[in-house]
Design a protein around this ligand. Structure first.
Ligand SMILES: Nc1ncnc2c1ncn2[C@@H]1O[C@H](COP(=O)(O)OP(=O)(O)O)[C@@H](O)[C@H]1O
Ligand SMILES: [Mg+2]
Length: 238
Protein backbone atom coordinates (compact mmCIF):
# COMPACT_ATOMS: atom_id res chain seq x y z
CA UNK A 1 0.00 0.00 0.00
CA UNK A 2 1.26 3.45 -0.78
CA UNK A 3 1.18 6.15 1.86
CA UNK A 4 -1.31 9.04 1.80
CA UNK A 5 1.59 11.49 1.51
CA UNK A 6 4.98 10.66 0.08
CA UNK A 7 7.78 13.18 0.04
CA UNK A 8 10.93 12.24 -1.82
CA UNK A 9 14.19 14.16 -1.83
CA UNK A 10 12.42 17.51 -1.49
CA UNK A 11 14.57 20.62 -1.86
CA UNK A 12 13.34 24.17 -1.35
CA UNK A 13 15.38 27.35 -1.66
CA UNK A 14 14.82 31.04 -1.05
CA UNK A 15 16.98 32.48 -3.80
CA UNK A 16 20.41 30.98 -3.25
CA UNK A 17 19.68 29.86 0.29
CA UNK A 18 18.58 26.25 0.49
CA UNK A 19 16.18 25.91 3.43
CA UNK A 20 15.19 22.29 2.79
CA UNK A 21 18.02 20.14 1.53
CA UNK A 22 16.56 16.90 0.22
CA UNK A 23 14.18 15.40 2.75
CA UNK A 24 12.11 12.23 2.38
CA UNK A 25 9.30 10.99 4.58
CA UNK A 26 5.79 9.64 4.32
CA UNK A 27 2.50 9.81 6.17
CA UNK A 28 0.18 6.80 6.21
CA UNK A 29 -3.57 7.32 6.44
CA UNK A 30 -4.65 7.45 10.08
CA UNK A 31 -1.20 8.33 11.39
CA UNK A 32 0.08 11.33 13.25
CA UNK A 33 3.54 12.20 11.98
CA UNK A 34 5.57 14.97 13.53
CA UNK A 35 8.46 17.09 12.32
CA UNK A 36 10.42 18.52 15.22
CA UNK A 37 13.51 20.69 15.29
CA UNK A 38 14.77 24.07 16.40
CA UNK A 39 13.93 27.41 14.86
CA UNK A 40 15.11 27.67 11.26
CA UNK A 41 15.29 23.91 10.66
CA UNK A 42 12.99 24.14 7.64
CA UNK A 43 9.73 22.83 9.10
CA UNK A 44 7.50 25.70 8.00
CA UNK A 45 9.16 25.80 4.59
CA UNK A 46 8.33 22.11 4.20
CA UNK A 47 4.63 22.58 5.05
CA UNK A 48 4.31 25.67 2.84
CA UNK A 49 5.79 23.70 -0.04
CA UNK A 50 3.41 20.78 0.49
CA UNK A 51 0.53 23.30 0.42
CA UNK A 52 1.68 24.73 -2.89
CA UNK A 53 2.60 28.12 -1.41
CA UNK A 54 6.28 27.61 -2.27
CA UNK A 55 7.67 25.93 -5.33
CA UNK A 56 10.27 23.24 -4.65
CA UNK A 57 13.66 23.38 -6.39
CA UNK A 58 13.42 19.62 -6.89
CA UNK A 59 11.97 16.46 -5.46
CA UNK A 60 8.67 14.67 -5.55
CA UNK A 61 5.49 15.00 -3.53
CA UNK A 62 2.68 12.52 -4.08
CA UNK A 63 -0.57 13.04 -2.20
CA UNK A 64 -3.35 10.49 -2.32
CA UNK A 65 -1.75 8.98 -5.40
CA UNK A 66 -1.40 12.27 -7.28
CA UNK A 67 1.85 14.15 -7.92
CA UNK A 68 1.53 17.71 -6.60
CA UNK A 69 4.14 19.22 -8.87
CA UNK A 70 2.73 22.39 -10.44
CA UNK A 71 -0.66 22.02 -8.74
CA UNK A 72 -1.85 25.42 -7.40
CA UNK A 73 -2.58 25.86 -3.69
CA UNK A 74 -6.38 25.96 -3.96
CA UNK A 75 -6.41 22.73 -5.96
CA UNK A 76 -4.22 21.12 -3.30
CA UNK A 77 -6.84 22.07 -0.69
CA UNK A 78 -9.49 20.56 -2.95
CA UNK A 79 -7.48 17.33 -3.10
CA UNK A 80 -7.76 17.12 0.69
CA UNK A 81 -4.61 18.68 2.10
CA UNK A 82 -5.36 21.39 4.68
CA UNK A 83 -2.88 23.68 6.39
CA UNK A 84 -3.25 25.47 9.69
CA UNK A 85 -0.37 27.92 9.36
CA UNK A 86 2.23 29.08 11.84
CA UNK A 87 0.91 32.22 13.54
CA UNK A 88 -2.75 31.13 12.95
CA UNK A 89 -3.64 33.88 10.39
CA UNK A 90 -7.28 34.09 11.32
CA UNK A 91 -9.29 37.08 10.09
CA UNK A 92 -9.59 39.24 13.22
CA UNK A 93 -12.46 41.49 12.03
CA UNK A 94 -14.62 38.64 10.81
CA UNK A 95 -16.70 36.64 13.27
CA UNK A 96 -15.75 33.19 14.39
CA UNK A 97 -18.58 31.74 12.31
CA UNK A 98 -17.39 33.67 9.23
CA UNK A 99 -13.82 32.45 9.73
CA UNK A 100 -15.10 28.87 9.80
CA UNK A 101 -17.23 29.48 6.69
CA UNK A 102 -14.08 30.65 4.88
CA UNK A 103 -12.46 27.30 5.57
CA UNK A 104 -15.21 25.77 3.43
CA UNK A 105 -14.67 28.17 0.52
CA UNK A 106 -14.41 25.37 -2.02
CA UNK A 107 -17.52 23.55 -0.87
CA UNK A 108 -21.05 23.91 -2.16
CA UNK A 109 -22.85 21.48 0.17
CA UNK A 110 -24.62 23.91 2.49
CA UNK A 111 -26.00 21.28 4.83
CA UNK A 112 -22.64 19.58 5.09
CA UNK A 113 -20.93 22.88 5.85
CA UNK A 114 -23.44 23.62 8.63
CA UNK A 115 -22.87 20.15 10.05
CA UNK A 116 -19.10 20.62 10.05
CA UNK A 117 -19.37 24.07 11.68
CA UNK A 118 -21.41 22.39 14.41
CA UNK A 119 -18.70 19.75 14.66
CA UNK A 120 -16.08 22.49 15.17
CA UNK A 121 -18.27 23.91 17.96
CA UNK A 122 -18.51 20.46 19.54
CA UNK A 123 -14.75 20.10 19.37
CA UNK A 124 -14.17 23.64 20.69
CA UNK A 125 -17.24 24.77 22.68
CA UNK A 126 -15.78 28.25 23.24
CA UNK A 127 -16.01 28.88 19.48
CA UNK A 128 -19.71 28.07 19.54
CA UNK A 129 -20.36 30.29 22.53
CA UNK A 130 -18.66 33.21 20.82
CA UNK A 131 -19.61 32.46 17.20
CA UNK A 132 -20.94 35.97 16.54
CA UNK A 133 -17.94 37.80 17.98
CA UNK A 134 -14.98 39.14 16.02
CA UNK A 135 -12.22 36.53 15.94
CA UNK A 136 -9.72 39.17 17.05
CA UNK A 137 -11.31 39.14 20.51
CA UNK A 138 -10.22 35.53 21.09
CA UNK A 139 -7.15 34.68 23.17
CA UNK A 140 -4.12 33.17 21.44
CA UNK A 141 -5.17 29.64 22.35
CA UNK A 142 -8.71 30.22 21.19
CA UNK A 143 -7.42 31.65 17.91
CA UNK A 144 -5.42 28.44 17.52
CA UNK A 145 -8.62 26.46 18.01
CA UNK A 146 -10.27 28.59 15.33
CA UNK A 147 -7.36 28.05 12.93
CA UNK A 148 -7.64 24.28 13.44
CA UNK A 149 -11.42 24.38 13.11
CA UNK A 150 -11.12 26.40 9.92
CA UNK A 151 -8.61 23.94 8.43
CA UNK A 152 -10.98 21.07 9.23
CA UNK A 153 -13.79 22.82 7.32
CA UNK A 154 -12.27 21.70 4.00
CA UNK A 155 -12.84 18.07 5.08
CA UNK A 156 -9.16 17.26 4.71
CA UNK A 157 -7.68 13.81 4.25
CA UNK A 158 -4.53 15.22 5.81
CA UNK A 159 -4.41 18.07 8.30
CA UNK A 160 -1.10 19.93 8.61
CA UNK A 161 -0.60 21.91 11.82
CA UNK A 162 2.31 24.34 12.09
CA UNK A 163 3.30 25.04 15.70
CA UNK A 164 -0.19 24.84 17.23
CA UNK A 165 1.19 25.27 20.75
CA UNK A 166 3.37 28.30 19.98
CA UNK A 167 3.05 31.08 22.55
CA UNK A 168 0.36 29.33 24.58
CA UNK A 169 0.10 28.90 28.33
CA UNK A 170 0.80 25.36 29.59
CA UNK A 171 -2.91 24.78 30.24
CA UNK A 172 -3.94 25.98 26.79
CA UNK A 173 -1.15 23.94 25.23
CA UNK A 174 -2.46 20.83 26.97
CA UNK A 175 -5.91 21.56 25.65
CA UNK A 176 -4.66 21.89 22.08
CA UNK A 177 -2.63 18.69 22.37
CA UNK A 178 -5.65 16.87 23.83
CA UNK A 179 -7.69 17.99 20.83
CA UNK A 180 -5.05 16.72 18.42
CA UNK A 181 -5.20 13.43 20.29
CA UNK A 182 -8.99 13.42 19.97
CA UNK A 183 -8.76 14.12 16.23
CA UNK A 184 -6.28 11.26 15.95
CA UNK A 185 -8.64 8.89 17.73
CA UNK A 186 -11.39 9.72 15.24
CA UNK A 187 -9.04 8.74 12.41
CA UNK A 188 -7.82 12.16 11.24
CA UNK A 189 -4.42 11.96 9.59
CA UNK A 190 -2.13 14.71 10.87
CA UNK A 191 1.26 16.13 9.98
CA UNK A 192 2.28 18.07 13.07
CA UNK A 193 5.12 20.56 13.24
CA UNK A 194 6.15 21.46 16.77
CA UNK A 195 8.98 22.95 18.74
CA UNK A 196 7.48 21.31 21.79
CA UNK A 197 9.09 17.96 21.06
CA UNK A 198 7.89 16.25 24.21
CA UNK A 199 4.22 16.94 23.48
CA UNK A 200 4.49 16.16 19.78
CA UNK A 201 6.42 12.89 20.15
CA UNK A 202 4.10 11.71 22.92
CA UNK A 203 1.19 11.50 20.51
CA UNK A 204 2.95 10.83 17.21
CA UNK A 205 3.18 7.47 15.49
CA UNK A 206 6.27 8.60 13.59
CA UNK A 207 8.65 11.47 14.12
CA UNK A 208 11.43 13.12 12.16
CA UNK A 209 14.05 15.43 13.60
CA UNK A 210 15.03 18.29 11.30
CA UNK A 211 18.26 20.23 11.56
CA UNK A 212 19.21 22.99 9.12
CA UNK A 213 17.20 21.63 6.24
CA UNK A 214 17.84 17.92 6.73
CA UNK A 215 16.09 15.07 8.48
CA UNK A 216 18.79 13.78 10.80
CA UNK A 217 16.84 11.18 12.74
CA UNK A 218 13.57 9.28 12.25
CA UNK A 219 11.67 6.81 14.35
CA UNK A 220 8.48 6.08 16.19
CA UNK A 221 7.33 8.81 18.57
CA UNK A 222 8.16 6.59 21.52
CA UNK A 223 11.63 5.68 20.21
CA UNK A 224 12.52 9.33 19.67
CA UNK A 225 11.14 10.29 23.09
CA UNK A 226 13.61 7.87 24.62
CA UNK A 227 16.51 8.61 22.29
CA UNK A 228 19.41 10.08 24.19
CA UNK A 229 20.43 12.64 21.54
CA UNK A 230 16.83 13.82 21.20
CA UNK A 231 16.49 14.11 24.96
CA UNK A 232 19.64 16.20 25.16
CA UNK A 233 18.93 18.46 22.21
CA UNK A 234 15.16 18.87 22.38
CA UNK A 235 13.85 17.82 25.74
CA UNK A 236 16.14 20.01 27.81
CA UNK A 237 18.06 17.20 29.47
CA UNK A 238 21.80 16.94 29.96
N1 LIG B 1 10.72 34.09 3.18
C1 LIG B 1 11.97 33.72 3.43
N2 LIG B 1 13.03 34.25 2.74
C2 LIG B 1 14.29 33.85 2.99
N3 LIG B 1 14.63 32.91 3.89
C3 LIG B 1 13.65 32.35 4.59
C4 LIG B 1 12.28 32.71 4.41
N4 LIG B 1 11.50 31.97 5.25
C5 LIG B 1 12.36 31.18 5.93
N5 LIG B 1 13.65 31.40 5.55
C6 LIG B 1 14.85 30.72 6.05
O1 LIG B 1 14.70 29.34 5.78
C7 LIG B 1 15.18 28.56 6.87
C8 LIG B 1 14.06 27.65 7.37
O2 LIG B 1 13.02 28.43 7.92
P1 LIG B 1 11.65 27.80 8.41
O3 LIG B 1 11.17 26.87 7.39
O4 LIG B 1 10.76 28.94 8.80
O5 LIG B 1 12.11 26.99 9.70
P2 LIG B 1 11.29 26.45 10.96
O6 LIG B 1 9.84 26.48 10.61
O7 LIG B 1 11.81 25.08 11.18
O8 LIG B 1 11.62 27.36 12.09
C9 LIG B 1 15.68 29.55 7.91
O9 LIG B 1 17.05 29.69 7.75
C10 LIG B 1 14.95 30.82 7.56
O10 LIG B 1 15.69 31.93 7.93
MG1 LIG C 1 8.29 27.42 11.61
Amino acid sequence: MTALLEVEDLRVAYGKIEAVKGISFSVEAGQVVTLIGTNGAGKTTTLRTLSGLLKPASGKVVFDGKPLSGVPAHKIVALGLAHSPEGRHIFPRLTIAENLQLGAFLRKDKAGIERDIQRAYDLFPILGERRKQAAGTLSGGEQQMLAMGRALMSQPKLLMLDEPSMGLSPIMMQKIMATISELKSTGTTILLVEQNAQAALSLADQGHVMEVGNIVLSGSGQDLLHDESVRKAYLGED
